[in-house]
Design a binder for this molecule. Sequence first.
Ligand code: FEO
Ligand code: CA
Ligand code: CA
Ligand code: CA
Length: 577
Amino acid sequence: AVAAGPPTPFSDFKALAASSADQVEVPEGFRADVLIQWGDEFLNSDGTKLRYGFNNDFLAFLKLDGKPDEGLLFVNHEYPAPFFQHGNKGPGGKTAEQVELEKDSVGNSIVHIKRVDGLWQVVSPSPYNRRITGGAPDCAFTGPLRGTIQQNADGTPIEIEATAAGSLANCSGGITPWGTTLSCEENYDGYWSTTSSFGYGWANVPGNDKYNEKTYAHYGWVVEHDPYDPSSTPRKHTALGRFRHENTAFRHVAGKKFVLYMGDDKAGEGVYKFVSDREFLPGRRSHNLQILEQGTLYIAKWAPEGRRRFATAAAGEAGGSPVTPESGSGEWVKVEQNELVDTAALLRKRIGTAEYDLHFSTNRPEDVEVDADGTVYVSFTNNSGSGVWDFHGSVRKLIEAGNDPTALTFTWQDYAEGGPTGRAGTGEGGFSSCDNLVFDSANNLWVVTDISSSSLKGSISEKKYYTYHGNNAVFMIPRSGPNAGVAFRFANMPIDAEGTGPYFDADESTLFVNVQHPGEVTPDKPTAVYGDASTYTSWWPAGNKTAGLNPSLPRPATVAITRVKPGTGPGDTTIPP
Ligand code: FEO
Ligand code: CA
Ligand code: CA
Ligand code: CA
């Protein structure tokens, strides 16, 4: 168990009720300020104009030595929104300019920030400020598959060149103890596809058809960045496999090989562990920068079964008790080198579908985080497939045998479960569809929810399962004390938005949250007209649709949540007993 540190400014608040308002709501005593939003310009030290990208997802706050009121934000921009960016939904019929706009809006941002009178602002110009986009710079490949030709699961050849142009589909990510960040290319297919029926259709534009994603394995990797060095080359590590990478969570134990945990965010896919050939050696930077280049990748084999299943859709809707056991054991099964290029599909082929579905499939792993005591927490967001019926998801603990990060066996136990049943007698509902996780030093687990917009479209019958939850939200779960295990609603997101990447600053006086895809359902509405904000489902952050204020283009943005009176500490509001 982890000892709880003293309360932080965030461990004590009056929990919110569910909401459908078009705004970011925080408890009494807190404020939420937009720090930077899609399209905002910031400058590097040459005076080059950089534009903050679309759909901010992963976020890390990185310290600058000797500067307690400054830091760097490393941010992923997961995917574009063609309708909001230029009106052409695609994937066909886009102009080259429209494709460039989309490429420019994905990738990553590194933003220098400083705190003035308790509030954060962007430092511009700054030598740290940088954009990586869907087209630049050239990223280098490392590891066993660099510059090789491999086979897709369907037997066709797929080439991994020495470099790839830019990075895309970066969902969540992670940090390393040697001062780099990792971003995870997740839903990488659909950008450079040459079939025009799905995705963004970049390859459909003449002169822009260089990368057929069936032929080149340029995306779908974990990418390592050095945010402190704006001239550094991002590196894509083939040793970590190629699947729908959600995030990474490291574990370092002195004298043991360095370990990285990762989830494959797709219904029915698995949880992975990479064991480096190297140890992390503090201060040995050139050694440490090679840690992710060589090692062994494993996938978790769960017993008695990986998925948490419910007897009926109605039972899953209620949450609570599944028909499958809520604890068990497991082992780590090695991924072969030739499976790294298309990991899940090639593993499924080797292992066989029935065996894979029973012991390797899970209910869609989103974030994986490692607690201070070495326990691994996995956010299984949901799996509404027939016969699984897990609409609300759960958080599972995985404990390595002997608490050894390199162990080949483990035990597991379900910890927090989603669903409408909140604390007895309060009328509040619990979380649903857990996504990113973060721990604070007071032993609280923070969970953001991602009920996907597609589940909320009126035509989809699943909508009713999520009505109780209202808009997506940020929850806090104390792990000790009288309220241990209870999910308290800390913040509500605007319409159709998801709060991603929650991250505390170094002194835990600010919680940064990325508000991703506000108004996302808009292009699916037959009434949507590009340029006419009255037809958009959200007007956040410039306006507020439910309040009828200032019809505006919705923009993803990074928000800083602080106490109204910074420095006065916790205590002016309380969690209801
Ligand atoms: Fe992009 Fe796994 O959510
Ligand atoms: Ca998302
Ligand atoms: Ca996610
Ligand atoms: Ca999600």
